[in-house]
Design a protein around this ligand. Structure first.
Ligand SMILES: C[S@@+](CC[C@H](N)C(=O)[O-])C[C@H]1O[C@@H](n2cnc3c(N)ncnc32)[C@H](O)[C@@H]1O
Length: 231
């Protein structure tokens, strides 16, 4: 029985309705991370990276790309996919804790804080503050505001699918998801939501000067992104 979010992500799931959905999703994220990389030699961490199918696109825009995921099977998948890639390393959360202070230029935390408690997110922000160089950037994105309901996620997926040629698969996938562990967990555990002010305060408490970005990374513009720099 799956009883927590990390176990959910560690097992096969049907969040991506088909291969095209997964491909378009991860390609878009990799392109967005590449656009954020501040310099060709930058050290970049994608924390809670998931399968990161197209991380090579992001890696091409930076000196080193560190991929960290807390789910052991997901991590094994990325380690094997990018084994031998010259500037991609797969790390466990405990490896990230051992990175040298002020060694990173950019950290991306996309679509993760909703699966963490407030305390877990605060601890991560403190870690990221220690790891970022002065002037470095933390992006926290896909943050769900309090008023956004699950029905908004459904509508967003349908629009994304229609624009990318997998509408039928999305409708079938949504029906499948309704009977999956995902909904069971979403109802039982819920997701952590933040208002804009709450997220900015949380980042400030960890020593960041933060503001909301004009756009969320990825296709879901009902969710928010924040850009934060160490004060
Ligand atoms: C919704 S997925 C997002 C994956 C990717 N960032 C994306 O947007 O497609 C959330 C990911 O965060 C990972 N995760 C959840 N809690 C974590 C934690 N405490 N430490 C590291 N990774 C975690 C999960 O294993 C999962 O792969």
């Amino acid at each position: 029985m799956i009883s927590d979010w990390l176990s959910f992500w560690d097992k096969p799931h049907c969040i991506y309705v088909n291969a095209r959905h997964k491909d378009v999703h991860y390609r878009g994220l990799a392109q967005a991370i590449a656009a954020l990389a501040p310099a060709p030699r930058a050290h970049v961490l994608d924390y809670g990276c998931g399968e990161a199918l197209h991380a090579d696109i992001a890696a091409a825009a930076c000196g080193e790309l560190l991929l960290c995921d807390g789910a052991p099977n997901v991590r094994a998948g990325i380690a094997s996919r990018f084994a031998g890639h010259p500037n991609i390393r797969a790390l466990a959360p405990e490896d990230v804790e051992r990175l040298p202070d002020h060694s990173l230029d950019l950290i991306v935390l996309h679509s993760v804080v909703q699966y963490l408690t407030g305390g877990e997110t605060q601890a991560l922000f403190a870690l990221f503050h220690r790891l970022l160089r002065p002037g470095g950037l933390l992006q926290v994105s896909d943050v769900i505001p309090p008023q956004v309901a699950a029905s908004t996620d459904v509508a967003t997926l349908i629009r994304f699918a229609a624009a990318n040629g997998f509408l039928l698969a999305a409708l079938l996938g949504l029906a499948r998801t309704l009977f999956s562990h995902y909904w069971w967990l979403r109802v039982r555990l819920g997701l952590t939501h933040y208002s804009e002010a709450e997220m900015i305060d949380k980042l400030a408490a960890a020593g960041f000067a933060a503001c909301r970005a004009a756009k969320n990374m990825g296709h879901d513009q009902a969710r928010m992104a924040f850009l934060a720099r160490p004060k």
